[in-house]
Design a protein around this ligand. Structure first.
Ligand SMILES: Cc1ccc([C@@H]2N[C@@H](C)[C@@H](O)[C@H]2O)cc1
Length: 450
């Protein structure tokens, strides 16, 4: 490996308690909210087929018309307590809010720009009450921040002239000022989720960004920052020139999932996921595939089974309403989590042979092995291959299902687990297995099925 001034600062996962809390979240809520929610994917009677939060980049959207939208930002229905309650009922353990998206509009009264809520008819801080409401529900708050800022005169995607470089120095100072301001205004924030950092101009700022990351970490010790904030001095992003992870968790899984444990390179990671195919901000007319709650639950469990967190995105409308489709998702996911959350919270990867019926997760606190069944076997029996030296001490069917599991040893250390007749498998079925490691004689092993 090569010596790097501005590469990864740490080999392997963070081992401190704050990161341990992050690692055990399982489920988060992303909220994309801003001026883009006002047009909601339409302008002048035309339908924008792109991601609604990118409508300003649409050539059918006059830039000055977009930039004037702040003059009508006055969300009468904004109710952060209701949002936080809904997130609590869904089972979210953390929430990521867009403080500033690519358009540069700030949902907090920044001292460093007029392009904020302070200049809108609403004229109140949006972020503060949201942080308070989520803190009150015991949901940790993380701040999304886009470095790319289409509103700031000093923003550049690349530096080609002396003038560019001078303007960009001002932009860098502005960016630092806003980040330090956010940490000062909202000190209960547990971390930052960066976006809009792919521009050449920013990638060339390895030293500046490295120093700024250090400074932010000194302002809030233990702050959790993802891999997307900064590049190393060779322009390498997410993974430095030596292949080591930048930041504290990998942010590469946006609208996609890893499939095998090898895909996550032994790192912490999150997967952020839209309910429709590709809409983060509010679009009033979703097209294409809209994910069901069962589909999202499967992704959440798959993430936990591969040592990651799963974050479901919500895009409130221009008045601050959560749309009905998203409220239904929150309700259905919450109903499942009500009696199955122990298979997700505090859970991670289990190195047992992957089976077709679904996923294993290992609960780090109880040691229990969870079997979450999405592909119900026609035989009604789950094949489970138990590694050498592991004994099954007990198995319980949890959730809304009841009944006992028939345990049949079909080979040495390989079992069929027979599910009770009438098990409702229209929702994921969860079994919790208590295991004993080592060759200790097992007490109370289940009666072997005849
Ligand atoms: C190519 C591309 C750029 C930015 C994005 C932003 N990242 C997501 C988390 C959203 O904020 C989206 O606007 C998505 C795709």
């Amino acid at each position: 490996s090569v010596t790097l001034e501005h590469g990864s600062k740490r080999l392997g996962k963070r081992t401190d308690p704050m990161m341990g809390v992050w690692r055990n979240y399982g489920l988060g809520q992303f909220i994309h909210w801003g001026l883009y929610a006002i047009p909601g994917g339409h302008w002048d009677g035309k339908y924008y087929s792109g991601a609604a939060e990118w409508i300003r980049s649409w050539n059918e959207m006059p830039k000055n018309a977009y930039d004037e939208l702040y003059k009508v930002f006055d969300p009468k229905a904004y109710d952060p307590k209701a949002w936080a309650k809904q997130a609590k009922d869904m089972g979210a353990k953390y929430m990521i809010i867009t403080t500033k998206h690519h358009d540069g509009f700030c949902l907090w009264p920044s001292q460093y720009t007029d392009y904020s809520v302070a200049k809108s008819p609403y004229n109140k801080d949006i972020i503060g009450p949201m942080v308070e409401a989520y803190d009150a529900e015991g949901i940790d708050v993380y701040l999304y921040f886009s470095v790319m800022d289409w509103n700031h005169p000093g923003y550049r995607s690349k530096l080609e002239t002396k003038e560019d470089e001078e303007a960009y120095e001002g932009f860098k100072e502005f960016t630092r000022n806003q980040l330090l301001e956010l940490l000062a205004f909202y000190p209960s924030t547990k971390g930052l989720w960066f976006d809009g950092t792919w521009d050449q101009a920013w990638i060339q700022q390895a030293a500046f960004a490295d120093e700024l990351e250090e400074e932010m970490r000194s302002v809030i010790p233990g702050l959790i920052i993802g891999s997307r904030f900064r590049a190393d001095e060779n322009g390498k992003r997410h993974f430095d020139t030596n292949g080591d992870l930048m930041g504290d968790y990998e942010q590469g899984w946006e609208r996609k999932m890893p499939n095998r444990i090898e895909d996550v390179n032994g790192n912490d990671w999150d997967c952020v996921m839209t309910v429709p195919e590709n809409q983060w901000g509010y679009h009033s007319d979703w097209k294409g595939h809209v994910k069901s709650s069962v589909e999202l639950i499967e992704m959440m469990v798959k993430a936990a089974s591969l040592d990651g967190n799963f974050v479901i995105n919500f895009g409130p409308d221009g008045q601050g309403n959560i749309r009905p489709e998203e409220s239904l998702i929150a309700k259905e996911v919450g109903e499942w989590m009500e009696s199955n959350a122990e298979a997700v919270y505090d859970c991670g990867y289990l190195d047992w042979e992957k089976q077709d019926w679904g996923y294993y997760t290992r609960n780090r606190k109880t040691g229990n092995v969870n079997l979450v069944v999405f592909n119900y076997p026609a035989s009604g029996k789950l094949r489970v291959k138990v590694p050498k030296g592991i004994k099954i001490q007990g198995i319980d069917l949890i959730g809304t299902n009841g009944g006992t599991i028939d345990l049949e040893e079909i080979h040495r250390d390989e079992y069929f687990l027979g599910l009770p007749k009438g098990t409702d498998h229209t929702k994921p079925v969860v079994l919790v297995m208590k295991i004993v490691e080592g060759d200790a004689e097992v007490q109370g092993v289940y009666e072997k099925a005849k």
